[in-house]
Design a protein around this ligand. Structure first.
Ligand code: 5GP
Ligand code: ZN
Length: 115
């Protein structure tokens, strides 16, 4: 837990977030500024600054992040239409919240090209 981290505060219920899934390892909540009809953030419950800070022992956790995204996509009814999973990292990657998060975005045709 980082005292200054907005996602840690959502995970610990210190501030209100539209939480839609919680388990021992990850929490998922709706993005406050959705860019598509479905825009969910899936985050590890433990504060990890970015993908750059991951260790070998986090591999199971990161796999769980992705399988949770797939389950939520199904729940949202967007698994057939398709969706995009994004993990922005660092300044050039467009990361603005420094707690690892996977964006699950869907419910509309995604724009190309990326970047
Ligand atoms: P990044 O740009 O770091 O990949 O994504 C951060 C995301 O967090 C943005 O899409 C932003 O809208 C979302 N976000 C920032 N602050 C909050 C908040 O307080 N609550 C929720 N639910 N989402 C937030
Ligand atoms: Zn955090």
């Amino acid at each position: 837990m980082s005292d200054s981290c907005i996602f840690c505060k959502i995970i610990s219920n210190e501030i209100q977030g539209a939480v839609i899934h919680r388990d021992e390892q990850v929490t998922a909540f709706r993005d406050i500024q959705p860019v598509a009809p479905t825009h969910i953030l899936i985050v590890p419950n433990r504060h990890i600054e970015s993908v750059n800070a991951l260790e070998g022992s986090d591999e199971q956790l990161m796999g769980h992040l992705i399988t949770t995204a797939a389950k939520l996509a199904k729940k949202e009814g967007i698994e057939q239409g398709g969706y995009r999973l994004i993990m922005n990292t660092g300044a050039d990657g467009g990361q603005t919240v420094f707690h690892v998060h996977l964006h699950l975005i869907g419910g509309q045709m995604m724009k190309h090209p990326m970047g």
